[in-house]
Design a binder for this molecule. Structure first.
Ligand SMILES: Cc1ncc(COP(=O)(O)O)c(C=O)c1O
Ligand SMILES: [Zn+2]
Length: 404
């Protein structure tokens, strides 16, 4: 559908959607595309989805009206856990380029081509760069990608094969972001950074539509989402609001649960301290590369969603995450990215402390495939084994631990 306008999530300002925009010109707030959902209500119905294309573009009426740049992203499996029948694993590892980032980049590159942009730039923890590179290749657009020099090797190699210009940075994604913003004007790049570009979220929100559709329009009690920049979580929340306006669901919402790596948990810290924004995390370190985001641009939106949904924020150590990767692989046949496996760690902690009940239907997001992290996992196994040798009596590499 035609986007009516872009709305600032801080001050409510409207910006026109007929030209490329980044953030609100008044206060740098994140911009959300808005549609005339009132006009769609009753015309776009849940039943209309039957028989449509098996990609995120099946939700075309609530996506921007432009010719899609698509590689078949979305409509990923919703797997019922073999260990616990109330738990589902939403396996985003099956997307093009092996992560949920494909959804956002399909939408962003679609709009970039629609606007006639020729050069895109992005700072990336890894998977967003790989995804941009693929969609830019498909669209015949130049991509400039800035990644930390210790990203998973797959991210660097895929980006180069897709023909992107890759710069490896001695620093974190925040340093990469600074380099993009310093150079973009001179180079004529359009910045497609997480939440500084309004359409990545439109791709990501389709995960929310899919959760509802795949669970037959009954939302789960909780959704656990590995949170770096937070677009996945923010996008799904937007989808729930839209679906309510369309009359597809009621006012019920899942508890939204953020999981972060213990070595970089700015949202968890802010949540525990009851703050509305996070502080830059110093010394960020985790092998879950996508969670190495020391400060989320839209932290205020993430924390607001945790609040409104009655959710929680939980951290997982790298040892726990590696154990969870191994556990899911051996029990479920799902080879999850470390970020995704962190969802299992969070679920177990929240069951143990009584926040979730065993009978609650819970969707755990596996946001990517472990096949892109083999180098990181090998290194982490060595670290985990060494730490266990130093602390005899604990051993958790073979799969943590205990029943659900
Ligand atoms: C596999 C994976 N999971 C989760 C995330 C975090 O995503 P977001 O920045 O949308 O919170 C990333 C980001 O790079 C990722 O690659
Ligand atoms: Zn604003």
């Amino acid at each position: 559908m035609q986007v009516s306008y872009l709305e600032c999530t801080r001050c409510g300002e409207h910006l026109p959607a007929d030209r490329p925009q980044n953030v609100c010109l008044k206060d740098a707030g994140v911009l959300f595309p808005r549609y005339d959902l009132g006009a769609l209500k009753g015309k776009f119905r849940r039943e209309d989805l039957r028989g449509r294309v098996a990609s995120m573009w099946r939700y075309a009426e609530v996506l921007p009206d432009a010719a899609p740049v698509t590689l078949g992203e979305g409509v990923t499996p919703m797997l019922r856990s073999r260990e616990c029948s109330t738990v589902y694993i939403k396996d985003e590892g099956l997307n093009p380029t092996g992560s949920f980032k494909a959804r956002g980049m399909s939408a962003a590159v679609t709009m970039a081509r629609h606007y006639g942009l020729k050069k895109l730039a992005v700072p990336s923890a890894g998977n967003a760069g790989g995804a941009l590179a693929a969609y830019a290749a498909a669209a015949g657009i130049e991509a400039h990608i800035f990644m930390p020099k210790d990203v998973p090797i797959a991210n660097r190699i895929e980006s180069e094969y897709f023909g992107a210009h890759v710069t490896l940075v001695d620093g974190l994604i925040s340093d990469c972001a600074r380099m993009v913003s310093e150079r973009k004007e001179r180079e004529g790049w359009f910045d497609v950074s997480t939440l500084k570009e309004p359409f990545r979220i439109e791709g990501k929100k389709t995960m929310g539509y899919e959760v509802a559709e795949q669970l037959d329009w009954k939302l789960p009690e909780a959704i656990v989402y590995p949170t770096g920049g937070g677009v996945g979580m923010i996008g799904m929340w937007k989808a729930f609001e839209e679906m309510q306006q369309l009359g597809w669901i009621g006012s019920e919402r899942p508890k939204m649960i953020t999981v972060q790596a213990a070595g970089c948990a700015p949202i968890v810290r802010a949540w525990e301290e009851g703050k509305g924004a996070s502080e830059m995390w110093t010394g960020a370190e985790t092998f879950a590369a996508g969670l190495r985001v020391p400060k989320a641009y839209a932290d205020y939106l993430i924390l607001d969603i945790l609040n409104k949904s009655g959710g929680a924020a939980v951290s997982a150590t790298d040892d726990e995450i590696l154990g969870a990767v191994r556990h899911w692989a051996s029990v479920e046949g799902v080879f999850a990215a470390p970020e995704g496996a962190a969802s299992l760690v969070a679920y177990r902690k929240l069951l143990a402390n009584g926040f979730l009940r065993a009978e609650d239907t819970v969707v755990l997001f596996n946001t990517g495939t472990a096949y892109k992290y083999l180098d990181m996992m090998q290194a982490q196994e060595k670290t985990t084994l060494a730490s266990q040798r130093n602390a005899p009596g604990t051993r958790n590499i073979g799969g943590i631990i205990g029943p659900y």
